[in-house]
Design a protein around this ligand. Structure first.
Ligand code: TYD
Length: 205
């Protein structure tokens, strides 16, 4: 079987978690072995770190957050990604792009430091394909009203900066597809399924 790392990216409330869950159901139906990892989170230790970073009372400094996101990523890399890379498809709900988009374009932490830390952890492992979800500006924040992690309280301008960061990071990446989050779930899922078929060489006839 053809193994791949497939990442779902986008700002909060952009629908990526819905799509990754639908893709998981599809791969299960097709009997394709995969693992699904959310970041931050994933492995046992990474979930502990997730709760530490994202709970509403957290008042960690932005550089502390960065180091914790990367600590959580390293736990996933060692425990989940590395052992499965040649065995299963790896689906990731957020990955390196999120760190550059939020910590650099959102919080202005030096980009080359973020890149070096990611290289330190991942070496030459990188995603084979990224689905980037883009939310039309008028809908930013609308989709996350009522949710409750610490990032949900940032203003619309912050999310605009992060979203344009995602677009800059992936601008010249040929292995990406931009999902318009304002289209229906059914429409988007149909496109994603076709891309997944091509990537994983699934014959869906
Ligand atoms: P989560 O509840 O998973 O958000 P969503 O369901 O919208 O994906 O929260 C993850 C938050 O962590 C999200 O606001 C983005 C942030 N984040 C970073 O700032 N840097 C990172 O490297 C990662 C992985 C996430």
């Amino acid at each position: 079987m053809y193994k791949k790392i497939i990442v779902f990216e986008g700002i909060d409330g952009s629908g990526k978690t819905y799509h990754i869950n639908e893709v998981s159901k599809y791969l299960t139906k097709k009997k394709i072995r995969f693992i699904k990892i959310r970041e931050p989170g994933g492995s046992k230790n990474s979930e502990v770190i997730r709760n530490f970073i994202l709970n509403k009372k957290s008042n960690l400094k932005k550089k502390t957050d960065l180091l914790l996101y990367l600590a959580a990523r390293n736990e996933n890399f060692e425990n989940l990604i590395k052992p499965n890379i040649n065995k299963k498809v790896i689906l990731l709900d957020r990955f390196v792009c999120s760190t550059v988009a939020y910590q650099h374009y959102g919080f202005k932490i030096n980009k080359s430091i973020i890149k070096s830390l990611n290289n330190f952890i991942l070496g030459n492992i990188k995603p084979n394909f990224t689905f980037l979800h883009i939310v039309p500006p008028k809908n930013i924040k609308k989709n996350i009203s009522g949710r409750k992690n610490k990032y949900d309280s940032f203003n619309k301008n912050f999310y605009k900066k992060v979203q344009s960061g995602f677009l800059k990071i992936l601008k010249n990446d040929k292995n990406k597809y931009i999902i318009d989050a304002s289209r229906t779930k059914k429409y988007n899922m149909e496109i994603i399924r076709k891309k997944i078929n091509r990537l994983l060489r699934i014959n869906d006839k």
